[in-house]
Structures are given as structure tokens and as C-alpha cells.
Ligand binder design. Structure first.
Ligand code: ADP
Length: 151
């Protein structure tokens, strides 16, 4: 069984995240969208809210499960028996960052492989950071988040 973990903060989930998961569905038997929690990292939305939105977005997809974990992503993958990580790449700075993390995860996660999907041009400007800035500035974020995300 090919299980992939799509880890992130999802603060909040964007249409960019959703698209990556949907494009990866034919590649895996199961995709676990996993919210990594870190006590040092301040988020705009609570873990409960972020999980609730993820559940709502993927409710109709039997291959997608929602989870959360504390600690290292690689350890979470080992624990649940996932041999693949899924990540999206928007640009060269994503690549630089992801390359190092992927190399580390390959060692820490005992041959854990990261599968990268390049984002479509209509998604490469979308990030949770930008969405949070727009929310703080009281702008409408509906073009950037799945319809299930009601802010
Ligand atoms: P992190 O907190 O680790 O940056 P994010 O929640 O921001 O996690 O993102 C999780 C994953 O989704 C990362 O691989 C990131 O590159 C990818 N991603 C985020 N936004 C997009 C997008 N618009 N298009 C494609 N991939 C994206």
C-alpha cells in the first residue's frame, strides 16, 4: 500500500494545497494530510479549526485522511508506515528549502522518499502567508481558499 504524507501548517488550507493533493491522488493508495504542530510556532487559526477545514475539503475523498502530529515529520511517517512525503513546489526558493529538508528526511526517515509536484501557474502565487496577510488587511480571500473555508 503506497501511503504518502502531505505535511504542513495549513494555516489556513489554500486552493494551492488542495490542488496538489488532488493531482497526487492517482499516484498513491492513501494520502494523509497532516498538520504538524510546533509549540514555538504561532498560528492564526487553532489546530481544531485547521483540521475542521481539511476534513470538510476532503470529505468526499476516501483516499484522503486528515491527521496531526507533534515532532519530526519523518518520525510520524515511520510511525504510521508511510514511505512517501508529498510536497508542492512553487518557485526556486521553495526548491532550495525543500531540497535540504528532503535530503534530511531521506536519512532520518530511513529511505523516506519525497515526491514533488510543481504547482500550476494559476496557483504559484498562493500561500497561507499571503492569505493571512489579506485576512489581517480585511480583504476577501475567497479566490485563494477552498469553498469550505469560511473565514
Ligand atoms: P509549511 O508550514 O511547511 O510551509 P505549508 O502549509 O505552507 O507548510 O505548505 C505545505 C506544502 O504545500 C508545502 O510543500 C508547500 O510548498 C505546498 N504549497 C503551499 N502552497 C502551495 C501552492 N500554492 N502551490 C503548490 N504547493 C503549495
Amino acid at each position: 500500500m503506497k501511503i504518502a504524507v502531505f505535511p504542513g501548517s495549513f494555516d489556513p488550507i489554500t486552493t494551492g494545497h488542495e490542488k496538489i493533493v488532488r493531482r497526487a491522488l492517482p499516484l498513491f493508495d492513501k494520502i494523509i494530510v497532516a498538520v504538524g504542530t510546533n509549540s514555538q510556532k504561532q498560528t492564526l487559526f487553532s489546530l481544531e479549526k485547521r483540521l475542521e477545514w481539511l476534513e470538510a475539503v476532503f470529505r468526499e475523498d476516501p483516499k484522503v485522511e486528515i491527521a496531526h502530529f507533534e515532532g519530526l515529520t519523518a518520525h510520524f511517517c515511520t510511525k504510521i508506515g508511510a514511505k512517501y512525503l508529498l510536497r508542492g513546489l512553487r518557485n526556486a526558493s521553495d526548491f532550495d528549502y525543500e531540497k535540504t529538508i528532503s535530503q534530511l528526511n531521506h536519512i532520518v526517515g530511513q529511505d523516506l522518499e519525497t515526491v514533488f509536484l510543481i504547482s500550476g501557474p494559476e496557483y504559484s502565487h498562493i500561500s497561507s502567508t499571503i492569505v493571512r496577510e489579506l485576512i489581517k488587511g480585511r480583504a476577501d480571500v475567497t479566490p485563494f481558499v477552498p469553498k469550505e473555508v469560511k473565514i
